[in-house]
Design a protein around this ligand. Structure first.
Ligand SMILES: [Cu+2]
Length: 463
């Protein structure tokens, strides 16, 4: 967590963070800033009522101060630099140094006051998506309040009436400001700590950007052609893993502020949707699944017992959304040799990314072979290294890492899974096939399977 001391260190080191003029802000809590895109340690509550905090994937929670009985937070809307993954930085708009902004955590029944300072070049507002609150605190500029002009600070004040998962985002020049990354998560914890209790509680937002390879600024009029699909403004392999100790009950809360739906899929486990935008799903109304579609503007909380050890994929199931910086205009080149063509094209079209003759994996190999550099500030479409080779994923992809030993509040990456001997899919190094007892026995009346199934390709090709 970035405290004041660290913030000053950052400022001294010349890191571009906005310092808010103190004289302007007398009586307002000093804004807390974040300098990097890693998953930060839990913010354990030391004032106010107790709760079990959430871990924000590639994010952090905003510290508050108690003023009498009111929890006071300070959000600063401002231009930020966000590392999407190592090798690519985007010039976004966000809050308190990052996009998304910090997660705000309160307890059901808390009286909350949020100071919002606008350091953007245009007016903004903050809408507290999903909350029950007085109409005038709903943050719809023009409709429920005047927009916050650049340089101004507005105060929002309401009681967190309903426990659950919420989001915040501007309701002023909304399309542009959300396409620039302005959003954050909000968790209202239940008053009773034993309600909806889990061992680990994660939250992140689904967001998307259209940033041309070689540029830093998102195009903000895009409706369909987004090329960067992210979990909390972070693309694989930049996404942090979801970690758990074997047997722990895990909740993952996901909010969608992109322009399309995302079927979020988990490997190796089944989950139940336990919470939606509207609150908690009654136990009798839950069913098990391995994929749940999250529509635009929706929040979903899924819960599962992490009982299977390993490094399990966790991703959006739209395969275009697990790719980075994807161009959509290339033809299907399966079966077409491109020796020589790619290099020629890349001279004419700097961001030309061919589709390979045998598939798209070929592409990354070819780029390396032909010495085709990636344009500046972009990500390979398919990236990430696993212990067995390239993962060939990007975008909305991460891993669920289940281990025998993980300390209670330890959210650090435990590294690669150590597969027990004999539990990994293996290459057949013997053309005779498996020993016969491994094959299915023929049922009565059928020809024995071995008669036609065990061929001898070696002999045939060498004859
Ligand atoms: Cu998706």
């Amino acid at each position: 967590m970035m405290n004041r001391r660290k913030f000053l260190q950052f400022a001294a080191a010349g890191v571009a963070l906005s310092a808010v003029d103190k004289t302007l802000l007398a009586g307002i809590p000093e804004p807390v800033m974040m300098g990097n895109a890693d998953t930060q340690p839990l913010l354990m509550p030391n004032t106010g009522r107790p709760y079990q905090p959430v871990a924000t994937l590639n994010g952090w929670s905003l510290p508050w101060r108690m003023n009498k009985n009111v929890k006071e937070f300070h959000l600063v809307a401002e231009p930020v630099k966000r590392e999407i993954a190592p090798g690519m930085v985007a010039n976004l708009w966000g809050y308190n140094g990052q996009s998304p902004g910090p997660t705000i955590e309160v307890v059901e029944g808390d009286q909350v006051r949020i100071f919002v300072t606008n350091k953007l070049p245009e007016k903004t507002s903050v809408h507290w998506h999903g909350q029950r609150l007085p109409n005038g605190m709903d943050g719809v500029s023009g409709l429920t309040q005047a927009a916050i002009e650049p340089g101004k600070t507005y105060v929002y004040e309401f009681e967190a009436r309903r426990a659950g998962t919420f989001m915040y985002h501007p309701h002023a020049d909304e399309m542009l400001q959300m396409a620039m990354g302005m959003m954050g998560s909000w968790i209202t914890h239940p008053k009773n700590m034993n309600m909806h209790k889990v061992d680990r509680d994660y939250v992140f937002l689904l967001n998307a950007y259209d940033i041309e390879p070689g540029s830093y600024l998102p195009k903000t009029n895009t409706m369909l052609n987004f090329n960067l699909w992210t979990f909390n403004s972070r693309a694989f392999p930049g996404t942090s893993p979801i970690v758990a100790k074997q047997g722990e009950k895990v909740r993952v809360r996901v909010g969608n502020l992109t322009m399309t739906n995302h079927p979020i899929h988990i490997h190796g486990h089944e989950f139940e949707v336990t919470g939606t935008d509207g609150g908690w799903v009654p136990k009798t109304a839950r069913w098990p699944e391995v994929t749940t579609d999250i529509a635009v503007g929706q929040m979903r909380a899924i819960e599962f017992v992490a009982d299977e050890l390993g490094d399990w994929a966790f991703h959006c199931h739209k395969s275009h959304h697990t790719m980075n910086a994807m161009g959509h205009d290339f033809p299907n080149m399966l079966g077409v040799s491109q020796q020589g063509i790619a290099k020629a094209f890349s001279k004419l079209v700097p961001d030309y990314m061919p589709m390979g003759k045998t598939g798209m994996s070929e592409m990354s190999d070819m780029a390396e072979m032909m010495d085709m550099p990636l344009p500046e500030n972009t990500l390979p479409m398919m990236a990430g290294k696993g212990q067995f080779g390239p993962v060939e994923m990007g975008g909305m992809f991460t891993t669920l890492k289940v281990r025998k030993d993980m300390a209670k509040n330890d959210y650090t990456d435990p590294g690669h899974y150590a597969f027990p001997k004999g539990t990994v899919a293996y290459a057949l190094d013997n053309s005779e096939g498996l020993p016969i007892e491994h094959q299915a026995a023929p049922t009565a009346g059928e020809k024995p399977i071995t008669e036609f199934n065990v061929r001898k390709p070696h002999k045939m090709s060498h004859d």
